[in-house]
Design a protein around this ligand. Structure first.
Ligand code: AMP
Length: 509
């Protein structure tokens, strides 16, 4: 998963600090790499590297990132791309000079690569599908503008840009939200016809001039002091000119809004509003419904306290405690200076780091029957360790609840998940999973309930593929899933990491 942002400020004012602040607010969407591309007086300025935003951009980089227009990206590690060379934005110099940052994943990347390299003799330098997207966009723009001179005058009609996006939609499959800086013209942003990945834009007026921002989540718009205008519609493109005008157009022939439900389970920040749904409210609703189900199954429950797995289990847990009529207690302290355990290579390393990351407060467990609540269970490493820790500090019974259903299928739309064989729910019943994590009882949200309580805006359709294996954008073949499985298992990741380190082209200046 990744976070993206694009900004058009007033002419004469540099937006580098706004981009930096926006990326920091989107940091939860990707901690692996960060990048920014700005444009000033006809020159692009780029800085990208592996690391957190605060570790990638130093004063010397910021001083170089001049201009009143730019895009930025934070990257989440995926099986295919963890080298600095694959940090975004990507850039091609022809036509015009185009850079692009992308959140999501293309499921027909191999076909697109073949088209670009064999038919159009384009050079592709990374394994990232974002580079393919950029080259395809460049190709489509070129085929519509090949008589246009680059002479500092604006010759390209915005409809030409939109028809290039329309052509792109016809060729690519998957989930994608993109921002692209077209030199001399402005920022193009577009969302896939299913609206799987979120994209929203906002504006503000300063001294009679309009500034624009487009970002993965509304929280970035608010944090920068802009007002949200609206979400980008599925299949829609918006074009923000360097002079501060906005154009919008539906570029897909057919759209079917099916956003990713996992954004509301785990990924997005709770203070974001996506397609009209408050992520916070969705998580409270998830807790409420799960508690109601527990009361149905376990009317005379003996739970003494509800304890969240911090941080992402807190919202559901808070609501569950109220609905169950028991106390909400904080029983685990999280060391905020440790990275996410999920991204550590190898199971042994992951196990150790759960312990380093979370520590139990014995007082909250001694002699009590506790219900531990997390937003989801993926590998089960966190849940198993946490149940063990609760017992070690004296819990009597340890129940566990997951606000999401069992994760059983690969996500192909940009959320990095382990291989299916590494999911704790793979091939197991709920009781077997409960036994595996060592819980006295395990409660999972059903998919029907998750969908019902998350559809606050009346949403009709969701991408819930990691729970049901249904891929809303189509074209997902078994071969594709097999290749993904091979790339995502731990041994593949270790080999990949080594080869990235050995052969990666680095852009560390
Ligand atoms: P585990 O079951 O040990 O693999 O970890 C589950 C925890 O990881 C849950 O608490 C989620 O908050 C979090 N999580 C779920 N999906 C992801 C993901 N794709 N990347 C990182 N963390 C995740």
């Amino acid at each position: 998963m990744c976070g993206i942002i694009g900004l058009v400020g007033r002419r004469g004012y540099h937006i580098n600090q706004l981009l930096y602040d926006g990326l920091t607010v989107l940091q939860h969407r990707g901690q692996d790499a960060a990048g920014m591309m700005t444009e000033h007086e006809g020159r692009y300025h780029l800085r990208k590297s592996n690391g957190l935003v605060k570790d990638v951009f130093f004063k010397k980089h910021m001083q170089n990132l001049l201009g009143s227009i730019g895009i930025g990206h934070v990257r989440y590690p995926t099986a295919g791309s963890s080298s600095a060379a694959e940090a975004q934005p990507f850039y091609v110099n022809y036509p015009f000079g185009i850079s692009l940052a992308h959140n999501g994943n293309l499921t027909n990347a191999n076909e697109i690569k073949e088209l670009l390299t064999s038919d159009h003799r384009r050079h592709v330098n990374t394994t990232s599908d974002s580079e393919l997207l950029l080259n395809l966009l460049a190709m489509e723009l070129h085929s519509r503008t090949h008589n246009v001179a680059i002479d500092g005058e604006l010759h390209v009609d915005v409809n030409t840009i939109f028809s290039s996006v329309a052509a792109l939609h016809k060729q690519i499959s998957g989930g994608y939200a993109c921002v692209s800086l077209i030199s001399g013209y402005g920022i193009l942003a577009f969302r896939d016809p299913n609206g799987i990945r979120p994209l929203i834009f906002g504006s503000r007026e300063i001294d009679g001039e309009t500034e624009w921002v487009v970002a993965s989540e509304s929280v970035a718009i608010h944090a920068l002091g802009f007002e949200v205008v609206r979400d980008v519609e599925p299949g829609e493109a918006i074009f923000l000119t360097s002079a501060g005008q906005i154009f919008t157009q539906q570029c897909a022939e057919e759209t079917h809004h099916s956003p990713c439900i996992f954004e509301h389970v785990y990924f997005s920040r709770p203070d974001s509003i996506i397609d009209g749904i408050s992520v916070y409210q969705a998580r409270l609703n998830q807790g409420q419904r799960l508690a109601e189900r527990i009361l149905e199954q376990f009317p005379n429950h003996d739970i003494d306290a509800v304890i969240p797995v911090p941080d992402s289990g807190r919202y559901a847990a808070l609501q569950m405690a109220g609905a169950l009529g028991v106390e909400y207690r904080e029983g685990f302290v999280k060391n905020r200076y440790i990275g996410r355990t999920f991204i550590m290579p190898g199971q042994a390393m992951r196990k150790k780091s759960v312990r380093r990351k979370l520590n139990a407060i014995p007082h909250e467990f001694r002699g009590k029957n506790v219900l531990l609540v997390d937003d989801s269970i993926v590998r089960g490493t966190t849940s198993a360790q946490i149940v063990e820790m609760a017992r070690e500090v004296g819990a009597n019974k340890v129940y566990f609840a997951s606000a999401a259903p069992p994760v059983r299928f690969p996500n192909v739309y940009g959320i990095d998940m382990p291989a299916v064989t590494e999911f704790i729910a793979n091939g197991k019943t709920i009781d077997e999973i409960g036994e595996d994590i060592g819980a006295d009882k395990l409660f999972y949200q059903t998919l029907e309930d998750l969908i019902e309580v998350t559809s606050i805006n009346g949403e009709q359709s969701w991408d819930a593929s990691c729970f049901n294996g249904e891929y809303v954008a189509g074209n997902v073949t078994q071969d594709y899933l097999d290749a993904l499985e091979a790339a995502r298992n731990d041994s593949a990741k270790t080999v990949k990491r080594l080869s990235d380190e050995t052969i990666g082209l680095h852009n560390d200046e």
